[in-house]
Design a protein around this ligand. Structure first.
Ligand SMILES: Cc1cc2nc3c(=O)[nH]c(=O)nc-3n(C[C@H](O)[C@H](O)[C@H](O)COP(=O)(O)OP(=O)(O)OC[C@H]3O[C@@H](n4cnc5c(N)ncnc54)[C@H](O)[C@@H]3O)c2cc1C
Length: 496
């Protein structure tokens, strides 16, 4: 039996980030990870001379906490930036043709993707009265404020291609926290952008896009190494947590009494984890659930059935990432951008394609290009079951049409994720609030995972800092001055 201040279940970027913030504050921390390696979804691999990303391929950042984290974790030395070529354009498929996407409002109003009617509707946005509610979907929110054309041509491909989600089901407050906050605060999106720009409140949408030498796995590997080297923190891989119960005393260790029902008198938690040589029991004052929602639901079934059911009801999207490598001369396109997104109404199999060899240097053998496509998710969830041959054929068919590719790929590799991304579907705002209320009844129980507060690595790092700060405070430690709360725009964050 071991004792720790904090035990974290799961060593994906969520678990590793909160462990990093806690370790930095001198809190004794243990991370238990089921699989043999840390990193969770984040995985980079080498194959036939290509460096492949099987989940996150880059960090898109505009928040100072992330810069602080990267720098203090010693990751600046291996950080790599987007190549100039990929910064030139962003593409969108429109009527079978790749068109560059404008990033400025003036560009949108003169672009041929949108009809005069669509542009007029967009220009009317400041006149639309403030409305909406916590249950509003992304589609309802965008239709109401910006019109249907903008939804179908711009927002739908973003939500489907980047978040693997469906705008008709995704909760606007959870998926578009910055846009919904602008409406709530300023009465409209355009008014909000202009007024917050004038007041200097608005930060650039994306100021930095980066990865690391060797790929994104270098980030999680570095965080794991920091825990191994720490005198008061540790990470045990190959340890699958299979039980969690509240206890009313942390000492003496051998006479711990399990607490039934609500846990106001809880002093701590006892966990057991299976590993190759047997079972490990650990006691901790705080437990952080950083595993996927289905596992957290299992862990809380006996403690709080309602909380367990809220967690168990979170849907995930299945998704295949299809990596194809080609000789550059076989592609009749300059690949002068980061890739393209495809609106659902275009009827293609893939939702988006990243030009990884344009984005980052040294990802392919000399003279080759790497194109990574996203296939399945909410548009075609059953596509995850297609054979390798059918999957590659369908993706290749789409790429041949859009990029004029001649001949066959030099390399093909598929990574299937049966639960790629949590979908913030339905009354997600209420679900998060209810989860939060239930957690408050269980002293020392926390959630730090991508189904609350955003799926991106940026959000994971920022959210975990806020959660770490709360734990540090509850443990009676004086947080370091730079643990002060940053400005938070995401309304879901205030609940957690
Ligand atoms: C295809 C794809 C592309 C993406 N692209 C980007 C991108 O470009 N940029 C970006 O910012 N984000 C991207 N994301 C999102 C981002 O990668 C994920 O949201 C994030 O990595 C999830 O981290 P997590 O720690 O919350 O969850 P996970 O990575 O799922 O980690 C959970 C961990 O819990 C462990 N676990 C489960 N059960 C147990 C148990 N019983 N005991 C102990 N441990 C357990 C698991 O093994 C796992 O390691 C992408 C995601 C996908 C799938």
């Amino acid at each position: 039996m071991t004792e720790k201040d904090v035990v974290i279940i799961g060593a994906g970027i969520s678990g590793l980030s909160i462990a990093w913030w806690l370790n930095r504050a001198g809190i004794s921390t243990l991370v238990l990870e089921k699989s043999p390696h840390a990193g969770g979804k984040i995985e980079s691999s080498k194959h036939q001379g290509y460096t492949l990303e099987h989940a996150a391929s880059m960090v898109t950042n505009y928040r100072p906490e992330v810069n602080q984290f990267i720098s203090d974790a010693g990751l600046d030395r291996i950080k790599i930036h987007k190549q100039a070529l990929s910064q030139e354009n962003r593409y969108l498929l429109h009527k079978g043709q790749l068109l560059t996407v404008p990033t400025k409002l003036s560009g949108i109003l003169s672009h041929r993707i949108w009809s005069l009617r669509g542009k007029t509707r967009l220009a009317m946005e400041p006149l639309i009265p403030k409305g909406g509610n916590a249950d509003e979907t992304v589609a309802q929110f965008i239709r109401r404020r910006l019109g249907n054309e903008l939804l179908e041509t711009a927002m739908e491909p973003f939500v489907a291609g980047i978040l693997a989600s469906d705008p008709e089901k995704a909760n606007a407050y959870a998926v578009l926290p910055r846009l919904t906050a602008l409406e709530q605060e300023y009465g409209g999106i355009l008014k909000g952008i202009i007024r917050s720009k004038i007041s200097g409140k608005r930060r650039a949408m994306i100021s930095d896009v980066f990865s690391f030498q060797g790929g994104m796995q270098s980030l999680t590997q570095r965080l794991a190494d920091t825990l191994h080297l720490s005198s008061h923190a540790d990470l045990l891989c190959g340890h699958s947590v299979n039980s969690l119960e509240p206890v009313n005393s942390l000492e003496p260790v051998n006479s711990l009494e399990p607490v039934k029902g609500h846990t106001n008198q809880t002093k701590g938690w006892r966990l057991t984890a299976k590993h190759s040589r047997g079972e490990l029991s650990v006691c901790a004052r705080h437990v952080v659930l950083a595993s996927p929602a289905r596992h957290s639901s299992e862990m809380t079934k006996a403690i709080d059935p309602e909380l367990s059911s809220l967690l168990g009801g979170i849907e995930y999207a299945p998704l295949s990432v299809v990596h194809l490598g080609f000789e550059q001369e076989k592609i009749d396109h300059p690949l002068d951008g980061s890739g393209f997104l495809i609106p659902g109404k275009e009827g293609y199999a893939i939702s988006g394609n990243l030009w990884m060899s344009s984005i980052f240097d040294k990802r392919t053998p000399q003279g080759y290009a790497l194109l990574s496509s996203y296939f399945g998710a909410c548009r075609t969830p059953h596509a995850i079951d297609y054979s390798d041959e059918k999957t590659v054929d369908m993706v290749l068919n789409d790429l041949r049409k859009t990029l004029n590719i001649k001949g066959d790929p030099h390399m093909a590799l598929i990574k299937r994720h049966s639960q790629a991304m949590p979908l913030y579907h339905g009354s997600y705002y209420d679900r998060c609030q209810n989860i939060s209320k239930h957690l408050e009844q269980h002293a020392g129980l926390h959630i730090e995972a991508n189904y609350i507060g955003g799926v991106s690595i940026r959000d994971r790092i920022c959210h975990s800092k806020a959660n770490a700060r709360k734990i540090i405070h509850q443990l009676g430690h004086q947080p370091n001055p730079d643990y002060v709360e940053e400005e938070r725009l995401d309304p879901l964050w205030q609940q957690s």
